[in-house]
Design a protein around this ligand. Structure first.
Ligand code: BJW
Length: 250
């Protein structure tokens, strides 16, 4: 099947699909210029996850961990959503039920206009007090003081992200599993699908009777059970799907 005939076949099914759930990962922001984690140019090729993305590494050297996050915040602050983010924002108002679950912490889905985003791994623009748990939204780039301190109690602030070995936010995770099990079509976009528990969501969908659509330049564990597997960039494939959709949903 050619790319265009696969897209046409998917669009035929999407036209009568009421419930769509999407799981996105770092790859959807790659075309905006934000590095992914794995793969040739991934962050984990240059930096060790165990030195920068665990609570113990943070407690050992908060300044080092914050320097890395401050550098990433600087990169992200200068980037804009790409056509992939924008189509997903548009689909929120197109499908009768549309849920966007993301592993990304960059906030680009919201910047593109998505309003209901389930952030599984937190948000890099929020800081959390390690003493009292208070959350602060903070867009300062670069941060004035590294590591930053809580303006209320002076405690150490940490990035409000989920590190390895930490639990995902319970309510958000439960919603993500519910929405994966009740959808008719689940998109897995720009994720290597190796980090648990997020990686189990497309599997949950397929086990609950949904069809899975993958968009990724390379194959992943999701490929084997996907009904449609598009080998390409999200910012190119999503606009092609969108272009073929009827202007209004049935
Ligand atoms: C494109 C593209 C384009 C490129 N268009 N696509 C052994 C077995 C099973 C589980 C475990 C295990 N040992 C430990 C665990 C648990 C662990 C885990 O899953 N580890 C695995 C790596 C083995 N998980 C956890 O610790 C989680 N917590 C948890 O499970 O708690 C309970 C528990 C604790 C301890 C033990 C057991 C249970 C927490 C996970 C937290 C992940 N945190 C990070 C950092 C977030 C903060 C930050 O940003 O700094 O989250 S790691 C990093 O990976 C980040 C991402 O959200 C996450 C997923 O990555 P993603 O999004 O898939 O990106 P990539 O780079 O991997 O892939 C990009 C893809 O895009 C590629 O496929 C490209 O091809 C593609 N692409 N351009 C479309 N234009």
């Amino acid at each position: 099947m050619t790319l265009q005939s696969s897209i046409s076949s998917l669009v035929k099914q999407l036209a009568s699909t009421q419930k769509v759930t999407v799981l996105s990962g770092a790859g959807i922001s790659a075309e905006s210029g934000i590095p992914t984690f794995r793969g040739k140019e991934g962050l984990w090729k240059k930096y060790r996850a165990q030195d920068l993305a665990t609570l113990s590494s943070f407690m050992k050297d908060p300044k080092l961990v914050w320097e890395w996050y401050d550098w990433r915040r600087k990169i992200i602050a200068s980037k804009e959503p790409n056509p992939g983010h924008k189509i997903l924002a548009k689909w929120e108002n197109y499908f009768p039920s549309f849920v966007l679950i993301t592993q990304n912490v960059d906030g680009l889905h919201q910047k593109a206009g998505s309003q209901n985003v389930l952030e599984l791994h937190g948000n890099i623009w929020k800081l959390r007090c390690t003493q009292e748990g208070t959350l602060f939204e903070n867009h300062e780039v670069p941060l004035k003081e590294l590591p930053p301190r809580c303006p209320q109690c002076g405690g150490l602030l940490r990035p409000h992200v989920v590190w390895f070995g930490e639990s995902l936010p319970t309510t958000t995770l439960n919603k993500a599993f519910t929405e994966s099990s009740r959808c008719e079509m689940m998109f897995s976009i720009g994720t290597s699908a190796v980090v648990q528990p997020a990686a189990s969501l497309p599997l949950k969908a397929v086990e609950s009777g949904a069809k899975v659509v993958e968009i990724n330049p390379v194959s992943t564990p999701v490929t084997s059970y996907s009904e449609f597997s598009f080998r390409g960039n999200a910012g190119e494939i999503l606009p092609q799907i969108d272009k073929k959709l009827p202007s209004e949903h049935l």
